[in-house]
Design a protein around this ligand. Sequence first.
Ligand SMILES: C[S@@+](CC[C@H](N)C(=O)[O-])C[C@H]1O[C@@H](n2cnc3c(N)ncnc32)[C@H](O)[C@@H]1O
Length: 247
Amino acid sequence: MRIAVLTLFPGMLEGFVRESILGRAISSGVIDIRLVNIRDFAYDKHQVTDDYPYGGGAGMVMKPEPLVRAIESVTAGVEPRPHVVLMTPQGRLFDQARAKGLARLESLVLVCGHYEGIDERVLSFADEELSIGNYVLTGGELAAAVVADAVARLVPGVISPGSSLLESFQDGILEGPQYTRPRDFRGMPVPEILVSGDHEKVRVWRRKEALRKTALRRPDLLAGAKLGPEDLKLLAEIEKEPEPEGL
Ligand SMILES: C[S@@+](CC[C@H](N)C(=O)[O-])C[C@H]1O[C@@H](n2cnc3c(N)ncnc32)[C@H](O)[C@@H]1O
């Protein structure tokens, strides 16, 4: 998959694309991430990318020409046409379902705004607007990093097969508790069942604890989750049990 991030501050994202799983996926050729400096597409010799808002008001607005020229530089002649996403707090809320959808694409362009935002006419050069939450960031770089990370780890070959299967939101609920060594940490032992070696019992326990966590912390997710007969039975059991501490 190819991801181009259009930004005025590529330096903000250089470490992010170099490090961690994403860095490895880039080295192994599964993902290609390009940081494109919007300033390189400004017309004038001072490379101005922002201007005062028409009608007055505080702050500066990103000018349409450099932005649209930057978008065109990564989309022109490319087949299939890359999917262009504007990062904005006014967009649709980004979630795991959208990450899955975007991970199926061959090519993604993430456009980062800055200052007071971007000229409204740029919207007609984008396929979608995405927000990463109901708060306002200074610029779109952190939002683009969130989207790129969540999407890239779903691309086959980026993380080991199966490791995302039980993750939170993957099938609409939260992941259950996880443990590693030591077996006893400061008087808190690992649940016996996890060291029993009985794979079926471990599977059912994990499912039940995932359902319990979701019911306690995010009951809103249960309403939309795909639950089978086993899940409904486990939920009925959970309802009869006393609430555990610390969940
Ligand atoms: C200070 S914000 C502009 C906010 C704009 N004036 C508004 O009220 O909607 C500057 C840039 O940060 C990015 N940004 C801020 N919050 C965001 C969010 N929650 N999700 C995605 N991008 C965001 C966008 O690219 C935006 O153009």
